[in-house]
Design a protein around this ligand. Structure first.
Ligand SMILES: *Cc1c(COP(=O)(O)O)cnc(C)c1O
Length: 422
């Protein structure tokens, strides 16, 4: 039998890949807990939870059981004009843990659609109120997805060139630090007088795709408070930071001023099935609530609020709230702290940062985001049975909450040997 990685090449086109220079894709045949198994049976610890989704471990028996039961009951139904128990229950459960100003939930399929909908909500909110606001604000180096609205506000991709001419109008602000925040606030105060900014989209506290870059909660709070005063809708893209990774349910929980809109996906369904979610305040919702049909939000996806995805999300939420998972999160935070003490003054380590279970270190070497040295590091990790995806000179860990101490030590050990290697 021909290997999967060879058969793959005949018809498949992979995401974020230049196939001409890329080697074979690694075929994964199964996954369990924190471990991926390739087609030859080699094991890899999933140090990034398959892009921050499988936070409770792969193929978690409780989630499988709940989704299996839902499959026997109701698989899929149109969500325009219909509703169902899993969606209603999920809305009730999510409202309990979301920031207290969030009231309404709009489902979709993935992180990009979640942000796309957040952007559309912000633009239409002002349109419905008869105000002409056509500019969005976003952080430098933000990442919000790959659909058009999401691409427009993303400040990161060097690969968005072909589409630039078709983007929404976006202005960028630097992420806040203790040093620059005064300047940012001063400039914003002047800028906002034009009254044409509709919304501000941001990844709160941690910018995932920018290699887990972190910024200051206090500065972000000041920016949000100022934007609120000017009736600019704030859109927290918590697609990466949501559901416990930062040590709180949401990164927004660290900041006093709450966002008007929150975008969620990734760990929402624990890596089992895709789902996106955009939540908002009563005030946002009310701008669409009208006798005028055209003021509604005419956006929808076929699989909106798919019952199986809702069941997965409900099971994941139950797990997240358990003492066991909350305890695991605290353990990982301490293990990271200890690892950080060991390596932060290593001459080849330029800097380190941590929030919750998210840990990142920058190497003291110049590297391209997807260059040779980066590939060498990646190979070193994989050869040692650890799946990490270094970005430029940054190595980061975002392993599942259920990662054991010995698995985490394996990750740390492989990072230490990688540091010696560069
Ligand atoms: C992954 C991600 C997205 C995009 O989600 P997809 O499901 O890949 O479309 C958007 N925003 C943030 C912060 C992300 O991490």
């Amino acid at each position: 039998m021909e290997k999967l990685s060879d058969r793959d090449k005949k018809h498949l086109w992979h995401p974020l890949t230049q196939h001409k220079v890329h080697s074979n894709m690694l075929a994964i045949s199964k996954a369990k807990g924190a471990v991926l198994f390739d087609e030859d049976g080699k094991e890899y610890i999933d140090g990034i939870s398959s892009w921050y989704t499988a936070m409770y471990g792969h193929c978690h028996p409780y989630i499988l059981e709940k989704v299996g039961a839902q499959m026997q009951q109701l698989d899929q139904v149109v969500f325009s004009g219909f509703t169902h128990e899993p969606a209603v229950k999920l809305s009730e459960e999510l409202i309990k843990i979301l920031p207290e100003n969030q009231e309404k939930l709009f489902f979709s399929d993935n992180g990009s659609t979640a942000t796309e909908i957040g952007i559309k909500m912000a633009l239409q909110y002002h349109f419905n109120k008869g105000e002409k606001r056509n500019v969005l604000l976003a952080f430098e180096e933000g990442f919000h997805g790959d659909t058009f609205g999401a691409m427009s506000v993303s400040g990161l991709s060097v690969y968005n060139g072909p589409f630039k001419d078709f983007f929404i109008e976006v202005e960028r602000i630097p992420v806040p630090t203790m040093e620059n925040i005064e300047g940012i606030v001063r400039q914003l105060q002047v800028r906002l007088e034009k009254n044409n900014v509709a919304g501000f989209i941001y990844e709160p506290l941690v910018q995932g795709a920018a290699a887990m870059k972190m910024h200051c909660a206090e500065g972000l709070g000041q920016i949000l408070a100022l934007l609120k005063e000017h009736n600019v809708l704030t859109i927290a893209d918590e697609v990466m930071t949501g559901f416990g990774k930062t040590g709180k349910y949401f990164a927004s929980d660290y900041i006093q001023t709450k966002p008007d809109i929150i975008c969620l996906s990734k760990a929402l369904t624990a890596g089992l099935v895709p789902m996106g979610l955009t939540t908002c305040t009563e005030n946002v919702y009310n701008a669409f609530y009208s006798d005028d049909i055209a003021k509604g939000l005419f956006h929808g996806h076929t699989y909106t609020a798919n019952p199986l995805a809702c069941a997965a999300a409900l099971a994941a939420l139950e797990l997240l709230k358990t003492d066991e998972i909350q305890g695991n999160i605290q353990n990982i935070i301490q293990w990271h702290n200890k690892f950080d003490d060991e390596i932060k003054s290593h001459p080849k380590v330029a800097s380190t940062r941590q929030l919750g279970v998210i840990y990142a270190l920058d190497l003291n070497v110049k590297m391209e985001r997807y260059g040779n040295l980066r590939d060498k590091l990646f190979k070193h990790f994989m050869d040692n049975g650890v799946f990490l995806r270094p970005l430029g000179n940054t190595i980061y860990i975002l392993a599942p909450f259920i990662t054991t101490k010995s698995q985490m030590n394996r990750i740390y050990g492989t990072i230490k040997s990688a540091i010696e290697m560069v």
